[in-house]
Write a protein that binds this ligand. Structure first.
Ligand code: PLP
Length: 404
């Protein structure tokens, strides 16, 4: 049913060599590789359908529009949104978060209002709120975490006040792999009259995410992390909230009628999609979502969890190994340091062995500060990785260790 050998054939890049060694690609939290069907969908659309969407009466424009809107429907089904109007296409998670900060911030937040984030957020879910703080004088509060990488939910409850308007939390930490209990956290937020945003950049690629089950008000994710192309992403927003939010950018596509005196805006979701959208990207993203749906999100999750468990076990064999994030049920990320080897040296030497991992602060400097380090090495897994690749990583780390 889950035939890894066959699956890997779908990803031509996995067959290539680097430095005359087979590529071992373990940087999937940064971006995933693309299956043939996604690349072919892009080529096929440019070769035989390409035309600007929503604008033309001609055949190609209508066909391109159909593909784009069909993609929106497929995203809607994938995350179980109530309607396609709740699916806004963006450039990625970062743009989705900036859109919410700017537009929700404009409509709902006044000086002194509070937004709660967590200590393990990606910079993309920190800096937009700081920009808003500079503009509007909002207050940012931070949920701490314990030693193994769980958010402190008891402290979380104490952060709420009558000024709390929004909580924004990563579903899965891109460093620790912690799967945060966002369903429960959203319940708490709603109890205090606040809205809840889930940064799904690292969850949507790995397991089934259902916005109605989570009962979140916003969900963000990036196409390129879920086997789709770069430059396309999604903001899911509850329809009644999106209705009350002003446009994020102005331009074509987002207007109903323009005069120099007054402009009215398009209905949802177009109000938030100024300019020509990445209609080829949206279609290719839908093809990627179909691909993972065919494999089965539960099968992918089971495979990756097993791989993560195996990697954690094997990593513990290594002398002076320090692992970050040891929560139960952690997702497909293993962050570590070995002795006093600088993570950059570790990453560079592993690269020479054909092993691609990430090193540095992983766009989570506050989390690095919490862990008392400048940086870490990180291996992150995708649906096509194998236990043999984990073994190559472990042997590679041991070899680099011996050199030091
Ligand atoms: N949030 C999380 C948890 C991430 O892991 C990332 C990317 O690594 C982002 C946000 C930003 O995603 P993007 O660069 O695709 O906008």
């Amino acid at each position: 049913m889950y035939n890894l050998e066959e699956i890997r054939q779908d990803f031509p890049i996995l067959g290539r060599q680097v430095y005359n060694r087979p590529l071992v690609y373990l940087d999937n939290a940064a971006t995933t590789q693309k299956p043939r069907c996604v690349v072919e969908a892009i080529a096929e659309e440019y070769y035989s359908v390409n035309a600007n969407v929503h604008r033309g009466v001609h055949y190609l424009s209508q066909q391109a529009t159909d593909l784009h809107e069909d993609a929106r429907n497929r995203v809607k089904d994938f995350i179980n949104a109530r309607s396609a109007a709740e699916v806004v296409f963006t450039r990625g998670t970062t743009e989705s978060l900036n859109l919410v900060a700017a537009s929700f911030g404009e409509a709902f937040l006044k000086e002194g209002d509070e937004v709660i984030l967590s200590v393990m957020e990606h910079h993309s879910n920190i800096v937009p709120w700081q920009l808003l703080r500079e503009r509007k004088g909002i207050v940012i509060k931070v949920i701490p975490m314990d030693e193994v990488g769980n958010l402190c939910l008891d402290v979380y409850e104490t952060l709420f006040s009558e000024r709390t308007k929004l909580v924004c939390v990563a579903h899965v930490s891109n460093v620790l792999g912690t799967v945060n209990p966002v369903e429960e956290m959203a319940r708490t937020a709603h109890k205090y009259g606040a809205f809840f945003l889930v940064d799904g950049a690292q969850s949507v690629p790995h397991f089934k995410v259902d916005v109605q089950q989570l009962n979140c008000d916003f969900l963000t994710f990036s196409g390129h992390k879920v086997y789709g192309p770069t430059g396309i992403g999604v903001l899911y927003g509850r329809e009644e909230l999106l209705e009350r939010m002003p446009p994020y950018q102005g331009g074509g596509e987002m207007i109903a009628r323009v005069t120099f005196e007054h402009t009215t805006y398009e209905r949802l979701p177009y109000k938030f999609e100024a300019g020509t959208p990445d209609y080829v990207g949206s279609h290719a993203l839908a093809v990627a979502l179909d691909y993972v749906t065919r494999l089965g999100m539960d099968n992918i999750a089971a495979h990756e969890r097993e791989l993560t468990r195996y990697a954690m076990k094997r990593m513990r064999e290594i002398d002076s190994m320090k692992l970050y994030g040891e929560t139960v049920g952690k997702d497909a990320v293993v962050a570590f340091n070995v002795g006093d080897i600088h993570p950059l040296d570790l990453g560079t030497l592993l690269d020479r062995l054909g092993i691609a991992i990430r090193t540095g602060h992983h766009c989570a400097q506050p989390l690095m500060a919490r862990c008392g380090v400048e940086g870490m090495a990180r291996a992150s897994f995708a649906l096509y990785n194998t236990k043999e690749e984990v073994d190559v990583l472990v042997e590679g780390i041991k070899r680099v260790s011996r050199m030091f």
